[in-house]
Design a protein around this ligand. Structure first.
Ligand SMILES: [Zn+2]
Length: 155
């Protein structure tokens, strides 16, 4: 089976990685909805977790293994901190929801082939629709589309 976050980042794995105390605190953070700005790109998750301050959390795969980072003092020492636990739990809850709606066994390759048969117009509509949902993506498009803007280059 190709390693993906779906089969690598499991509740068991989170329990494995995190100290019991961090796990408990992370659960509280998750329950208190401290996980904000949650995004997944392929097999990489980013989130902002509100603790004593705002921390940036990242979880991704390296050669099929979970890698993680958090910019809090504990995370910086390489520990799987409470922020990482909270973000993982948020992701697991979300993945659970998706499993119930998505067709089983759909891979990125399937999505790719699905997109490959759409025509330009459909793709543009899809991207614009998505850009409307994600403010950040919309800004990125605005920047790359702006004519004569410094740093803007045409290939
Ligand atoms: Zn942390």
């Amino acid at each position: 089976m190709r390693p993906t976050l779906n089969n690598r980042l499991t509740m068991k794995k989170v329990l494995d990685l995190a100290d019991e105390a961090y796990f408990k605190r992370g659960q509280e953070y998750f329950a208190d909805r401290c996980v904000e700005d949650f995004r997944q790109t392929g097999d990489s998750i980013r989130a902002t977790v509100l603790g004593s301050s705002l921390y940036s959390v990242r979880i991704w795969l390296v050669s099929g293994q979970i890698s993680y980072s958090c910019d809090c003092p504990i995370g910086r020492e390489g520990e799987f901190c409470k922020h990482l636990v909270a973000a993982s739990l948020a992701w697991l809850a979300d993945a659970d929801k998706k499993k119930k709606t998505a067709e089983p066994g759909v891979t990125e390759e399937d999505i790719r082939s699905h997109l490959a048969v759409l025509d330009r117009e459909e793709l543009i509509n899809l991207i614009l629709k998505q850009a409307g949902i994600s403010g950040e993506f919309y800004d990125q498009l605005m920047q790359t589309a702006a004519p004569g803007r410094a740093g803007h280059r045409r290939a």
